[in-house]
Design a protein. Structure first.
Length: 236
């Protein structure tokens, strides 16, 4: 498995390279935004997971995250010394799947990496993995002006793919399985829980729903996901 790292602290990078190599991961690390973006433009740009620092000498990880999301739904995990709600929301808004605050324990980070990669596998061509059954009889589900293909795990609009992160895809499946029904926030959180721990928490659920709406709804569209104030959400 290939791991992409954008981190300017050489001590952290060295520790990550040693630990991840021991886990049989192939690591490519870049100390500045310019080099990281150049690597993403290279011929061989397939990575299985990306670790991004927020603050870099010539920019920030948010810009790298946006560049990745323009072409891929690879899992992205932020490494941040800024353990507060604002930076967490910013990371999620840019398309991150998870974040971990510095200083972190390397075993916890590796567990987080394995979790986001596993969840990403759930949202691949298998249609979301075990427990993600499609609505009965449906291979392609119409979601507003978008088409969700359960077998390929892709969402298309006017012939173009809409890239969803693993969390976004799982959230969309949760809504699609209960179309027309009112889902409480607690029900959604229960559906989004996995065996590794906290998949989505209440503080970030609103961010994920807003991010999903932004991708599925364009100007002039009818709302895809309705907010039922104080209770939860409903997909029409």
């Amino acid at each position: 498995m290939r791991v992409f790292i954008a981190e300017d602290d050489p001590i952290i990078v060295e520790g990550l390279q040693v630990a991840l190599t021991q886990e049989n991961y192939e690591v490519e690390a870049y100390a500045c935004m310019k080099d990281a973006l150049a690597a993403l433009e290279g011929a061989d740009t397939h990575f299985d997971v990306c670790l991004l620092d927020v603050n870099l000498p010539d920019g920030d990880g948010y810009q790298i995250c946006r560049a990745i999301r323009e072409r891929s739904n690879v899992p992205i995990l932020f490494l941040t010394a800024c353990d507060d709600e604002i930076h967490t929301v910013l990371a999620l808004e840019q398309g991150a799947d998870d974040y971990i605050a510095k200083p972190f324990r390397i075993r916890e980070l590796i567990a987080r990496i394995k979790a986001v990669v596993r969840r990403s596998g759930m949202s691949a061509a298998s249609g979301g993995g075990e427990g993600e059954a499609a609505p009965e009889g449906a291979d392609i589900i119409q979601v507003g002006r978008n088409e969700l293909n359960i077998h390929t795990g892709k969402v298309m609009r006017d012939g173009e793919e809409i890239f969803l992160s693993a969390v976004e895809y799982r959230l969309l499946l949760t809504f699609a399985r209960s179309r027309g029904q009112l889902l409480t926030r607690q029900k959604i959180l229960t559906e989004m829980w996995d065996s590794a721990g906290d998949f989505v928490n209440d503080n970030t659920l609103t961010v994920y729903v807003r991010r999903l709406r932004k991708k599925l709804e364009q100007d002039g569209d009818e709302p895809v996901i309705e907010t039922v104030r104080g209770i939860g959400y409903r997909m029409g």
